[in-house]
Design a protein around this ligand. Structure first.
Ligand code: NDP
Ligand SMILES: O=C1O[C@H](COP(=O)(O)O)[C@@H](O)[C@H](O)[C@H]1O
Length: 494
């Protein structure tokens, strides 16, 4: 493959076939912040040879205006102005509403000279059905001359029934290998590294089970509040927005059995078994194994922060949770009896995503201090920020006594590799172009996750589970501390 002379000399390993990418909802926030920079960076790094990006949205933009906007979307990205102009020249605009069949009839005319097509649905979820049906009815699910793929943003449904409905609709027009359901956590380097850590090193796997592991904590904390997204978020809440997708992906990768191959089917086949092995939380147990909460006024990063109910766009009678914590069990030989504690929330003390594997304490205590918690080895996989892995262990304090204290063994991506990790969307879009689906969620995975979560949602409704408060900028509600405290364990510091 010939490298563009303006490119920065980064070696590429894949050669993509010429394709047209249709972005539905191209005037929206996701395209501006993530998709356009990701496509540009793939181009800059030499992954894309011949391509066209067609923006499909309602606003009366022209192709010229779209290109101007496109340049603005690349502000702050590396590379010369000439390189950016080269990239921008591949943009075209198709103005239409999603409901108007005439818009879809024009799609073919943007494909001249290109055999392969991708349709990216970066739109309000309420529009997915309309767009899929229109694409299907216009025959874009089939493409005898090349590939035709569809990428769908989250949220994929809002419960089991709606996720199934969406899957059924998709399957009328597209086959499973043509469908790419996005979970951007799978595009994060550190998330991909979970499998490398577990299956690329011989030392962890023998310990990775109920004989040696006491419990696992998975935390996705955010310091930001709901921001400008109340309209979407208030109809969703933390359980739907974060647990069903991102936290369940982290759980699956942590708890899965080794796949027999690294193919999409091999990996996804093992991941789905984890979700299927989750012990269901019945409505009677919902208040024991789950916590729901929302932030009240407080201080976040040194500034006064309003409570959720006072955020713009949040209805005064909202009962949406901005925090949830779960105690989960996997009914498998490997994990029987090992609790998995999951928590996620907005407006917490800091932004942190991590998986902490807490190992059992030594069977006999020989050294001081004899504090079980300190003696516990913990392997912390830091997804973000400060990407890396830390092993907490105990070491002798220098001196004449046999005293010990916890110390850390650290691996940091920044200092070990010295190159910035690509943005999640970069990797994910490239994989869709290449037809590689390992980092996308399969139909049965989505449905298994929703099945578990929908049961909790109806339990909350039936038991009228209260939404307790936690101050903005805090480490979460007291109830979550009590939940984990019942087992003489406690959450890691946020
Ligand atoms: N933004 C983010 O950070 C994230 C977003 N997502 C998901 O990505 C998707 C897109 O999000 P986002 O970009 O924020 O959404 P926006 O609301 O910013 O953009 C919506 C887009 O859809 C277009 N649109 C809406 N209705 C119609 C219609 N009837 N006909 C034609 N065009 C229409 C809008 O066009 P116009 O403006 O011209 O009216 C706009 O381009 C959502 O599913 C969201 O959940 C997922 C993770 C993060
Ligand atoms: O999907 C979503 O993820 C973000 C958090 O993503 P991260 O990459 O910053 O960890 C979350 O803020 C948002 O509510 C949710 O829709």
């Amino acid at each position: 493959m010939k490298l563009n002379p303006l490119m920065q000399g980064i070696e590429t390993h894949h050669d993509t076939k010429p394709f047209v990418l249709f972005i539905f909802g191209v005037t929206g926030d996701l395209t501006r912040r993530k998709l356009m920079p990701a496509m540009y960076n793939l181009y800059r790094k030499g992954f894309l040879t011949r391509f066209r990006i067609v923006g499909f949205a309602r606003r009366p933009w022209s192709t010229e205006y779209f290109r101007e906007q496109g340049m603005q979307m690349l502000e702050g990205q590396p590379g010369s102005a000439d390189l950016k102009q080269q990239f921008i020249a591949s943009l075209e605009y198709l103005q239409s509403t999603f409901e108007d069949p005439a818009g879809y009839e024009r799609i073919e005319s943007f494909c001249d000279g290109f055999r392969h097509r991708l349709f990216y649905l970066s739109t309000p979820p309420a529009s997915y059905q309309e767009i899929i049906t229109q694409l299907g009815k216009h025959g874009y699910g089939d493409n005898p001359r090349g590939f035709s793929r569809i990428i769908i943003e989250k949220p994929f449904g809002r419960d089991l029934a709606s996720a199934r409905e969406l899957n059924q609709l998709l399957s009328r027009y597209f086959s499973e290998p043509q469908i790419f359901r996005i979970d951007h956590y799978l595009g994060k380097e550190t998330v991909q590294n979970i499998m490398m850590l577990r299956f690329g090193n011989a030392i962890f796997e023998p310990l990775w089970n109920r004989h040696h592991i006491d419990h696992v904590q998975i935390t996705v904390g955010e310091s930001l509040g709901v921001g400008t997204r109340a309209n979407y978020y208030d109809k969703s809440g933390a359980l739907r927005d974060m647990v069903q997708n991102h936290l369940f992906q982290l759980l699956s990768l942590t708890a899965m059995e080794p796949p027999s191959s690294l193919t999409a089917e091999g990996v996804r086949g093992e991941k789905v078994k984890v979700l299927q092995a989750l012990r269901p939380i019945t409505y009677k147990d919902v208040n024991q194994y789950t916590v729901r909460a929302r932030y009240t006024a407080g201080f976040s990063e040194g500034e006064a922060a309003p409570g959720y109910l006072d955020e713009d766009g949040v209805p005064p009678d909202s009962t949406t949770e901005t925090y949830t914590a779960l105690e989960l069990y996997l009914d498998t030989w490997r994990w029987s009896g090992v609790p998995f504690f999951l928590r996620t929330g907005k407006r917490l003390a800091r932004k942190v995503t991590e998986i902490a594997v807490h190992f059992k304490t030594p069977p006999l205590s020989l050294f001081t201090p004899d504090l079980p918690e300190q003696a516990q080895n913990v392997l912390v996989i830091r997804i973000q920020p400060g990407e890396g892995i830390t092993l907490h262990m105990n070491a002798k304090i220098p001196g004449h006594e046999n005293a010990m204290r916890p110390v850390n063994m650290d691996f940091s991506y920044g200092s070990s590799f010295g190159i910035p990790a690509p943005e999640a969307y970069e990797r994910l879009i490239l994989d869709a172009i290449l037809g590689e689906a390992t980092l996308y969620t399969r139909r049965d995975e989505i449905e298994a996750g929703w099945k578990f979560v929908t049961r909790i949602l109806s339990g909350w409704e039936k038991m009228e589970t209260p939404v307790v408060g936690y101050p903005a900028g805090s480490t979460g509600p007291e109830l979550a501390k009590l939940m984990i405290g019942r087992h003489n364990r406690r959450w890691r510091k946020l």
